[in-house]
Write a protein that binds this ligand. Structure first.
Ligand code: ATP
Length: 137
């Protein structure tokens, strides 16, 4: 598929990195199909990350993701899911490659600046969580 879903997480928004991260996304050749500046509730965060409900970091993750504003977006490019995960780098910023968004902007495993969908199916589900059909251009 040619679409993926991303969030610029509360840590990166609070640190003033929205512009720099969007610039990297544009430079990497992604087209923005939808975008929204918003804040989700703890309940919405729990729903979004339901696949992680049995993981030890679920409560910390959902507290963090509801702690401040985020930028949610649907991005378009050939082979978008894989291409975007390559651009963001490893979940743990200590393992993220040079030039990746997480290498440059992530503080830690939990405050890791951005989200990127891990499959076409999840990209579709996650995009629909934030955007109605008419908001995707
Ligand atoms: P994302 O889905 O956000 O792109 P990912 O696919 O790289 O991240 P997952 O394993 O799906 O990583 O975990 C989802 C999110 O949960 C991570 O981005 C991170 O914020 C948080 N997380 C994962 N592992 C840990 C951990 N050990 N401690 C704290 N937070 C974690």
């Amino acid at each position: 598929s040619d679409r993926t879903f991303t969030m610029i997480k509360p840590d990166a928004v609070a640190a003033g990195h929205i512009g720099a991260i969007l610039a990297k996304i544009n430079e990497a050749g992604f087209r923005i199909a939808a975008m929204k500046y918003t804040q989700i509730s703890k309940e919405q965060a729990k729903k979004f990350y339901e696949v992680h409900k049995d993981r030890p970091f679920y409560d910390e993750l959902t507290d963090f993701m509801s702690s401040g504003p985020i930028v949610a977006a649907i991005l378009e490019k050939e082979d978008a899911v894989a291409a975007f995960r390559k651009l963001i780098g490893a979940t743990n910023p200590a393992e993220a490659e040079e030039g990746t968004i997480r290498k440059e902007f992530a503080e830690s495993m939990s405050k890791n600046a951005v989200h990127g969908s891990d499959s076409d199916e999840n990209a579709c589900i996650e995009g629909a969580f934030y955007f109605s059909q008419t908001e995707v251009i």
